[in-house]
Design a protein around this ligand. Sequence first.
Ligand code: ZN
Length: 498
Amino acid sequence: MTEPVEILRAYRVTLDPNPTQELTLAQHAGAARWAFNHALAVKMAAREQWKGTVAALVAAGASEEDARRQARVPTPTKPAIQKALNKVKGDDRQGVAGVCPWWHVVSTYAFQSAFLDADMAWKAWLDSLAGRRRGRRVGCPRFKKKGRSRDSFRLHHDVRRPTIRPVTTRRLLLPRIGEVRTHDSLKRLMRALDRRSGVIQSVTVSRGAHRWYASVLVREWIALPAPNRAQRAAGTVGIDLGPRSPVTLSTGERLFTHRAQARHARALAKAFRTVARTMKGSRRRGKAQRRLARLQHLEAARRSTDMHRLTKRLATGWAMVAVPDLQAAGMTHPARGTGSKAGAGRRPRRALNRVLRDISPSEVRRQLDYKTVWYGSRISIVDYGYPSNKTCSACGTAKTTLALSERVFHCTACGLSMDRDVNTARAIARFAVASDRGETENARGAPVRPIRPVRTVTRGTSMREGPPTGGSPQCSDAQASPRTITQTGEGSAHRQQG
Ligand SMILES: [Zn+2]
């Protein structure tokens, strides 16, 4: 055990709102979507203005490069956007027309966090353009469309009077919405508040088809555990992700061998056909679409639960978890092939694509990133350049070629004969142990340990807003605690109601 560190953990529950509350939730989601689009439009207008200024300077004889440097049109961020909006929003209670006279119906935080989200999306895009951001390319933020985008909003905790709190194990108090019943127990959240001196930071409410979820973000203290005896004894586990059996462990165990969609496959196919037979814009079509969305959401929830179970088991069962560094984006190829290769290797690829959609390697990786920290283990990312599937896990001899159809790995050097996937998983574990330098990296290339100081934390939901007036009270917390790590994930009541 080391000294306790501050972490951010999310506790997610399914809400059971009454009809009035459901309407309020939908209004908040609508307001957040409107605010995001408003902020984005303001930013885009500023960028157009900047482009115009550059063009004018170039026309006046300046070089393109100089013009870009000289043209100064600041992109408005949250404070400026908010200030400008306050002047024109109007108020329908007093009959004052404006761009959003209904603003008082929803919490001001719905607007504020949407403005922040727009700031972050815009920055991610510019950083990606300039090569300052690792990972997949980030595109220009798009407008959120009703019915297309995920309904969601974030409310922040007002420290002056606690507005977000579990009232009982089945009732969650939300600002402006009131006490909402929950399907899942809030016991784990209450325990975090009591025993780990947790402080609620914010709540993100989102809709998935017919259900509303609340994810409560808590800042709490935990002692980072060292691997326990069982974990040390188990050592390192290697994982292979492949088309025949989605997940193979170096222990020889195969997981998710059943078709991941099996449970709702028939109902889903039927729901698709029903939608296809209805007329566009008809009431029957709306009904059929809702039914389809519902089934798809249940399927996604189940997949998510499976993945959480897997990552928790891996993080708690071994001292080190070795995973291949797969780029999920690069791995899913069009099943039909492209150009002259159309049709080539079609079936294995389609099978692989289906598997990678069912268990997302990047999501497994993201969950392992924080769960290994919680449970005292470490993650090791094995470079994709390492030919683990062609390397003998016993003697380390690499083959030059290996057809996908060869299911058993035969080593000509040492005579090993073993199932291909198990051999790959073992080779990954072997490579991880051999190259272990006692440190790990997270998905963005930053070290997971040592733990970063709180001030530099900018990832995900750890962005925070202070109350509308006065300073940000969380800042003083931050100074008092020298170190923090930010990981959000399923903390409580993960099992979805089926
Ligand atoms: Zn060998």
